[in-house]
Design a protein around this ligand. Structure first.
Ligand SMILES: Nc1ncnc2c1ncn2[C@@H]1O[C@H](COP(=O)(O)OP(=O)(O)OP(=O)(O)O)[C@@H](O)[C@H]1O
Ligand SMILES: [Mg+2]
Length: 255
């Protein structure tokens, strides 16, 4: 199925955001269809994290619109908290530094959001959390604390925690950047499995092999806007813009 045949899930138009005098997002546009995996690449400071944070209302943009399914927020005027909550409910974020609660067990970390924020039944949530942990090979870690796990295991818990929220859209912010190189694979393989299962994902990453093999499309962010996007072979193989070409060259040949 080509992207054109798919229904849109995420639509971003004219998204802008400044911190003080610094314009971090400048008229960014983005489209992600249901079941698509979008890899977002771009230099440090280009606005990738801010973009992700605006997609789920962790950050309030200054202008533009974000729509996930039927939750649509127009940032031209300050959005109502209810509208932001609706947007936030549609997605779940996986962070670079895992962001697990250090004093909660793995199971408690996974169950916290569904129980406290979504007010779902505690027993049902815990059963579902255990099943998800088993799925990613961490059933025996349910009662462990984050510091007792490797980085790769912690990030897999981070992913399970996102899945437990039953989101429509998974957002990943450099999920493997904080990992020792030998632990990167286990996290990327899990993400590849999720992609194959049909999850819709936006993945900020420097892992070009992942982008090439797993993503349906790649978007290059430069100076707070999406400079170009398209199939991986096109954007990574024969990019339209010189800036994209330079960035990919630097990433592929750091020396
Ligand atoms: N809360 C904030 N207050 C002030 N400036 C911020 C804030 N968050 C981000 N910025 C600035 O916005 C710019 C873009 O930051 P952002 O974190 O979105 O970039 P990034 O592309 O994710 O970078 P990296 O690849 O290093 O993670 C940077 O110049 C950063 O210093
Ligand atoms: Mg970032």
């Amino acid at each position: 199925m080509s992207p054109a045949d798919r229904t849109p899930l995420l639509t971003v138009r004219g998204l802008s955001k400044s911190f003080g005098d610094t314009r971090v997002l400048a008229d960014a546009d983005l489209d992600v269809a249901r079941g698509e995996v979008l890899a977002v690449i771009g230099a440090s400071g280009s606005g990738k994290t801010t973009l992700l944070r605006c997609l789920n209302g962790l950050e309030v943009a200054d202008a533009g619109t974000v729509a996930v399914d039927d939750a649509r927020v127009d940032f031209t005027t300050r959005p109502a908290p209810k509208a932001l909550h609706a947007l936030r409910d549609r997605s779940a974020m996986v962070f670079q530094q895992f962001q697990l609660f250090p004093h909660k067990t793995v199971l408690e970390n996974v169950a916290e959001g569904p129980v406290v924020v979504q007010r779902r039944d505690k027993d049902e949530v815990r059963a579902e959390a255990r099943a998800l942990l088993e799925r990613v090979g961490l059933a025996d870690k349910a009662d462990a604390y984050p510091h007792q796990l490797s980085g790769g295991q912690q990030q897999r818990v981070g992913i399970v925690r996102a899945l437990a929220l039953r989101p429509e859209l998974l957002l990943f912010d450099e999920p493997t950047s904080a990992l020792d190189p030998e632990l990167v694979g286990e996290v990327l393989l899990l993400m590849r499995d999720l992609a194959r299962e049909g999850w819709t994902m936006v993945v900020v990453t420097h892992e070009l092999q992942f982008a090439r093999e797993v993503a349906s499309r790649v978007a290059f962010v430069d100076g707070g806007r999406v400079l170009e996007s398209g199939p991986p072979a096109q954007v990574l193989g024969s990019p339209e813009h010189e800036r994209t070409r330079q960035f990919i060259r630097r990433l592929s040949h750091p020396l």
